[in-house]
Structures are given as structure tokens and as C-alpha cells.
Design a protein around this ligand. Structure first.
Ligand SMILES: O=P(O)(O)OC[C@H]1O[C@H](OP(=O)(O)OP(=O)(O)O)[C@H](O)[C@@H]1O
Ligand SMILES: O=c1[nH]c(=O)c2nc[nH]c2[nH]1
Ligand SMILES: [Mg+2]
Length: 168
């Protein structure tokens, strides 16, 4: 989605905010893994999941980190998603048990639905969640409304804005 519709609200996340929220996610997940509370590995859903996954893996001292790349595309007006890069099979083990799959957000839930089908025993964690995709995520930090667009710091740059009184 590139153009914003009039009803859409913007939720602008700074680097500091995503750092704090990803840390909060890590702390919530600490000790919740299936092996005496431990997690075996972190898998980031690229690309947005990579920054939160790095922060989570650092906080929880998990050195085994891999990625899964999911590409959404439109096929005859039906939106589909497919995996274009999978994590190592030996990391995912038995259906992903003990693996933390991390993404920046869940929106419609399509991305997580696909990854969940592949690794049903993994734990799915996102920093932000919208209501439509909430059932697809096991742990998240902040919920925003469905008509909110989340702007991440890696998609933004500092720029000049007109003073409020100067606008038409
Ligand atoms: O719940 P959904 O409706 O599936 O949407 C959520 C996904 O969309 C965004 O990724 P995107 O596919 O835009 O790619 P990116 O991470 O490379 O930016 C976001 O990072 C999530 O992965
Ligand atoms: O940067 C983003 N913000 C969002 O709110 C969103 N939803 C799906 N994909 C998204 N990407
Ligand atoms: Mg993504």
C-alpha cells in the first residue's frame, strides 16, 4: 500500500520506539520457551522482522538466527503469499518447536498464516498487531486499529514540514 486513504491514521515509530518495543517483546518472551523456558532459535520474517529479531535475539542471548522471506502478490484479484527463501531445515526441526518467529507487525494475518502452516509448533511474535491478524500472533506488544498505517523508521527520513499556520 502506498497511497493513504482519508480514513487512515498514521502511527509513526522512531528508532528509539522500535528499540524499546522490541526489547519489551523480548522480555515478555524470556523463559517462555518449551525447553526449560529456553528458545532454540530466532527466525526473522524479512525484511521488516529483521530489526526486531536482532534486538530480541540479543536480549535473549540467542545466537542461532535465520530468515524466511515471504512475498505477497496479486493473482487474479486474489492476494496470495509465497515463500521465496526458507530457513534451514535443521534449525526448524520438528515443525518449528522452540523457534521464535519474529516480524515487525501483523496486519491482515496473511503472512503469518502462511508461515504458521509451515511451522505450526513455532511461536509467533510481532511488535505491533492490528485486530484482523491478531489471532495469528502468539505474543505482541502494542495493538493499533485496523485503519492505522504504521510507519517504520527504516522507511522514513527527516524532512522539512510547513508550519501549521502556513498551510492552505
Ligand atoms: O499481516 P499481513 O497483511 O500479511 O502484513 C504484515 C506484513 O507486511 C509487511 O511486510 P511486507 O510484505 O510489506 O514486506 P517487508 O517486510 O519486506 O517490508 C510487514 O513487515 C509484515 O511482514
Ligand atoms: O510499513 C507498514 N505499515 C503497515 O501498517 C503495514 N501493514 C502491512 N504492511 C505494512 N507495512
Ligand atoms: Mg514484512
Amino acid at each position: 500500500m502506498t497511497d493513504r486513504l482519508p480514513h487512515e491514521k498514521g502511527f509513526h515509530v522512531s528508532w528509539d520506539q522500535i528499540h524499546r518495543d522490541a526489547r519489551a517483546l523480548a522480555w515478555r518472551l524470556d523463559g517462555q520457551g518449551p525447553d526449560n523456558g529456553a528458545w532454540r532459535a530466532v527466525v526473522a520474517i524479512t525484511r521488516g522482522g529483521m530489526a526486531p529479531a536482532m534486538i530480541v535475539s540479543r536480549e535473549l542471548d540467542i545466537r542461532v538466527v535465520d530468515t524466511i522471506s515471504v512475498k505477497s502478490y496479486d493473482h487474479q484479484s486474489q492476494s496470495e503469499a509465497r515463500v521465496i527463501k526458507a530457513p534451514q531445515a535443521e534449525i526448524m526441526g520438528d515443525a518449528g518447536e522452540g523457534v521464535l518467529v519474529v516480524d515487525d507487525l501483523v496486519d491482515t494475518g496473511k503472512t503469518l498464516e502462511l508461515v504458521r502452516k509451515l511451522y505450526p509448533k513455532a511461536h509467533f511474535a510481532t511488535v505491533y498487531a492490528k485486530p484482523q491478524g491478531r489471532d495469528m500472533v502468539d505474543t505482541y506488544i502494542t495493538e493499533v486499529s485496523q485503519d492505522t498505517w504504521i510507519f517504520f523508521p527504516w522507511d522514513m527520513a527527516l524532512q522539512y514540514v510547513e508550519p501549521y499556520r502556513g498551510k492552505d
